[in-house]
Ligand binder design. Sequence first.
Ligand SMILES: O=C(O)c1ccccc1NCC(=O)[C@H](O)[C@H](O)COP(=O)(O)O
Length: 258
Amino acid sequence: MNILERIVEFKKEEVAEQKKKFNLSVLREEAEKLKVPYDFKSAISGNGINIIAEVKKASPSKGVIREDFDPVEIAKAYERGGAKAISVLTDKKFFQGSPFYLRQVAEAVKLPVLRKDFIIDEFQIYGAKALGASTFLLIVSILSDQQLKDFIELGRELGLEPLVETHDEEEVERALKAGAEIVGVNNRDLKTFTVSLETTLRLLPIIKEEGKLLVSESGIKNKDDILRLREAGVDAFLVGETLMRSENPEEVLRSWVS
Ligand SMILES: O=C(O)c1ccccc1NCC(=O)[C@H](O)[C@H](O)COP(=O)(O)O
């Protein structure tokens, strides 16, 4: 089993356990009542350098990335530095994240917050809204065509436009067919951990031809990477590790967006 398959297997058990603890109808009612905090799509549509900065304590490929970890302080530094949105890992087992970090961050910043998790059930989408998220991630490779379509539609009914993540031509076609408006290209192969920014550049024409927003995800190290991708037509950049390892993420972000 590769890492992605292991994560999904564990996620199925985790969601089944959560469903025993929390009533889906109550969660749905709560989620439907809440106002969407911020519009993610417009936040990342501007002409400048649109960074989605990620709060990421650890990862399966790198282990612990940052020991002194305060999600709220990190998110506030990102906001001061000029991030347009914040991504918060809510997976506990593989990323040392938490749904509580999402709630805390959403209360602390005036930016859209993305729920970064391995979403396989509508329960997690209602949960995202109830926790204060303005959007959530859908990973094409772990969902069927029907799930993809249903989850995008459910997000829209709740006022959340999802970021739909792809890694190759076939996944881009599936994302577009399912109706995705914001297409992410993950430069990291989640089965092997190989990272290449060329993945974004290769898939870009298919996504831009359809007039969709394109987010380049993973492996972005510096301003040169960003400018190269921006010049090619990328709309926004999802950056985790580089910012989490930085002593001063606020300054790094400021230098990127200026
Ligand atoms: O980051 C990993 O090791 C990883 C492993 C398995 C599944 C997903 C994984 N990462 C999720 C992400 O897509 C990244 O957190 C995100 O794009 C930021 O990437 P980076 O800037 O390289 O930290």
